[in-house]
Design a protein around this ligand. Structure first.
Ligand SMILES: Nc1ncnc2c1ncn2[C@@H]1O[C@H](COP(=O)(O)OP(=O)(O)O)[C@@H](O)[C@H]1O
Ligand SMILES: CC(=O)N[C@@H](CCC(=O)OP(=O)(O)O)C(=O)O
Length: 287
């Protein structure tokens, strides 16, 4: 009996969160490491469809760094990164476009459709919603065809949400001349969240959050202020792919998005636990 009541309490709590977030936008960023784990990915996409079904408005932005590096290796191109961003020449850009827009984006949408959801890919091959320009690197390095998003077509994304469809956006943008650019997926998600005035931005990765020791899951930091996060980057505790992620969190918080989380997408239902429970999982970054 007690157990049944405890379960009812969980349900009541979940209903409260559903009421709180119904009609609100959550931008969900799927990282490359996670995209490699098919089983985890399927659970996750099912959760996205669940969110949409109960009236939340999830928008998916995805990367695919690992798959790109593998495809480049097959094409005999060596991957090179500067401050977490891939140096992208013309040949690499072709591979990036094929993997993100030609393969992963289509695969993600198809998987969601198989779960009974309605998902629409918004890539430069279909409807390009991310406009941008070449990224000028902070240290003056030339990264090639690496871009930054300057404008998001929020009308297209929102009109999908209003008609119960989930937008699936790869991290690619085009400039006014139609030139394609490779965008770091964390910053692409940030741009989408800001433009939509999202309530939440959730980064799903293959780590349980930001850690004091990157190799030790026990050292996860559940909550991090913007100031602490900057210090951890300066101290070299936050490294490699975690740098653009945390920088994207910090910039997003400065622009009105209420909450930003970094969570482990391999953990079953981590997304729902994050949204529908008080304690949540992973690292929350706040002002
Ligand atoms: N302080 C840290 N805490 C956790 N992970 C870290 C930290 N510093 C660096 N990392 C690395 O960042 C990676 C996550 O970034 P990235 O590989 O770009 O993820 P994704 O492809 O999912 O976006 C982790 O797998 C981990 O190796
Ligand atoms: C410019 C740049 O670095 N672009 C990234 C885009 C994909 C990405 O960011 O994927 P993850 O989210 O899996 O890291 C890249 O080429 O790897």
């Amino acid at each position: 009996m007690d157990q049944a009541i405890a379960k009812a309490d969980t349900l009541i709590e979940a209903m409260g969160w559903i009421r709180r977030f119904r009609g609100k936008t959550t931008v969900i960023k799927l990282g490359g490491s996670l995209l490699e784990d098919r089983e985890a990915l399927q659970h996750l996409l099912l959760d996205v469809i669940f969110m949409e079904t109960v009236g939340l408005r999830p928008v998916v932005v995805h990367g695919g760094g690992k798959a790109i590096t593998e495809a480049m290796a097959k094409a005999g191109i060596e991957a090179q990164f500067i401050r977490g961003r891939r140096v992208t020449d013309e040949k690499s850009l072709e591979v990036v476009e094929q993997v993100l827009a030609g393969e992963l984006n289509v695969e993600l949408t198809e998987m969601m459709e198989r779960f009974g959801g309605r998902a629409v890919n918004l890539s430069p091959r279909t409807t390009c919603v991310l406009k941008g320009k070449k990224l000028i690197d902070s240290e003056g390095d030339d990264l090639g065809f690496v871009g930054e998003v300057t404008e998001v077509d929020r009308d297209v994304i929102e009109s999908l949400a209003y008609t119960d469809q989930v937008a699936v956006i790869p991290s690619l943008c085009t400039d006014e001349k139609g030139q394609l650019y490779n965008v770091n997926a964390d910053t692409a998600a940030m741009a989408v969240a800001q433009s939509l005035g999202a309530d939440k931005l959730v980064f799903l990765s293959d780590v349980n959050g930001v850690r004091r020791d990157p190799k030790d899951p026990e050292t996860i930091i559940p909550a991090l202020s913007a100031e602490e996060a900057r210090q951890l980057i300066a101290d070299g505790v936050i490294q490699s792919g975690m740098i653009p992620k945390v920088e994207a969190c910090l910039e997003t918080l400065g622009r009105g998005v209420q909450k930003v989380h970094i969570i482990d997408g391999r953990l079953r239902h981590s997304l729902l636990l994050e949204i529908f429970t008080t304690d949540g999982v992973g690292t929350e970054i706040h002002q």
